[in-house]
Design a protein around this ligand. Sequence first.
Ligand code: TYD
Length: 224
Amino acid sequence: MTDDLTRPLHAPRAAAAGGPGLFVTFEGGDGAGKTTQASLLERWLGEQGRVVVRTREPGGTDVGVRIRDIVLHHRGHIDARAEALLYAADRAHHIATHVRPAVARGDVVIQDRYLDSSVAYQGAGRVLDADDIRALSLWATEGLLPDLTVLLDLDPAAARRRLDADDKPFDRLEAEKEDFHARVRAGFLALAGAEPRRFLVLDAETAPDELAARVREAVAERLG
Ligand code: TYD
């Protein structure tokens, strides 16, 4: 089912010719520094005169904000398949109404988390079938894959120290035990290994400025 769904629907090269824009996602465990890097990239692209749309999953639309509240803050158990479908529902609406129109206008979309998070968290973390989870997201988004996915890789113990230092209450996923987060990390690395052209894997313990420079380089390459 997935063969023709796994290719990006827009050609990255077209961005340089003023055609479709670019779709960049940031992935990694909680506390890896995605938001910081997304902000630094947004600022740099703005300085280059690019129109940037900054967004996230879950919760990049008004419908998504309500779904986000359920998946992150519902008290009590949510069945793993129900959780996977909630993330996929958020994604379907977000991509159709927000991301695809922006890319079609020629904007650069910078997004915190996308389908790789579902494969890592609901697949590897919750131990659902990774291929099913990926196929579900590809169905939900009519096959949209990012032009570039930056994976900020971080040891779960280091991530936990960062989250503890933040002193914010943990959400449902953050509150999972260390072996869950170890599976999530391994899941992300397996995804990156399977699609080396789409992924840029960076050690999240590298200095933020240096990480930002590596990200800029990869984005500049794809913008032509
Ligand atoms: P995030 O917005 O990164 O959390 P925060 O605002 O605390 O930085 O992500 C919310 C959580 O949702 C995170 O623990 C990962 C999880 N998640 C999934 O389990 N599956 C998914 O498909 C996505 C997008 C996120």
